[in-house]
Design a protein. Structure first.
Length: 279
């Protein structure tokens, strides 16, 4: 989004980890107005400017947090000296970490810009920089990136909790929370939504309504996200065979595992494994 005057850039949205961290500083700058296909967290320390998200204009002044979701249009108009720290997470990876947001996504959409104290700003900035440092490594580890991204989203939730008076209206229902916990426990053996619905004593349709309304994804994508994250972590371990990874994740047919992995990443497990090897 900030194409000129970049101070630091780590990662690449075109590569497999599909996450980009950027630090920028300057004045009198305008970013392109386009529809994003990423989840974007921006921290700004500004004297004067504006951030346009869809049709709404948000004044930039002091320490602020800005959030933009996939599918939204946004651009910045910087009118005085400004520092920005920005993390862009491609939609496919955001779906794996969005469960760390403690409230309905609707809450974050209707409160996309928050004024921060200096200590809150510095804490979030340090979290983003930690992700940037990992992305800058020769072999960035997806597990570490996802873990740090989840911490960042939890910190953002804590900030909103302090400021939103009707926060209880946006809390994730206990059934959905239990579903997310069950997935973390059983994703390597149980891939079907029906299993989790029965465990929770609800219908698959009801579970789909909950995930769609609060996370904007399907239950199947929640399960696939956990499987994909772990499969990438395992495939990056050397030495390990595709068959071992496949069995550890509950697949009995290597062709099915290969199709699942390639449809999600654009690479076969073998191609991904080779891409993680450095000499």
């Amino acid at each position: 989004m900030f194409e000129t005057g970049i101070v630091k850039k780590s990662g690449d949205l075109k590569k497999d980890h599909e996450t980009l961290y950027t630090e920028w500083q300057g004045r009198l700058h305008r970013t392109r107005n386009f529809q994003n296909d990423e989840f974007i967290i921006t921290l700004s320390e500004s004297k004067r400017g504006a951030h346009h998200i869809d049709l709404e204009k948000h004044i930039m002044r002091g320490y602020q947090l800005h959030i933009v979701f996939p599918g939204q249009r946004s651009h910045f108009s910087i009118l005085d000296y400004t520092f920005t720290y920005q993390l862009r997470i491609a939609k496919i990876n955001f779906e794996k970490v969005c469960t760390a947001l403690r409230f309905s996504l609707h809450l974050y959409r209707i409160h996309p810009v928050q004024n921060l104290t200096q200590s809150e700003f510095e804490k979030l900035r340090d979290e983003l920089r930690n992700i940037g440092d990992e992305l800058h490594m020769d072999r960035p580890l997806l597990e570490i990136i996802c873990s740090r991204a989840r911490v960042t989203l939890q910190e953002i939730s804590r900030i909103l909790e302090k400021r939103i008076s009707d926060i209880n209206l946006f809390r994730i229902p206990s059934v959905l929370f239990e579903f997310l916990q069950l997935v973390k426990l059983h994703y390597n053996k149980e891939h079907n939504v029906t299993f989790y619905a029965k465990k929770l004593n609800v219908s698959s349709d009801y579970l789909a309504i909950l995930t769609r309304n609060h996370l904007n994804i399907t239950p199947k994508k929640v399960i696939k996200g956990e499987i994909l994250t772990e499969s990438k972590r395992l495939l990056s371990l050397v030495p390990i065979t595709i068959k071992v990874v496949m069995y550890q994740l509950g697949f009995e047919d290597q062709a099915v595992f290969t199709q699942f992995f390639k449809s999600s990443t654009g690479m076969s497990p073998t191609e991904f494994q080779k891409s993680t090897i450095t000499f």
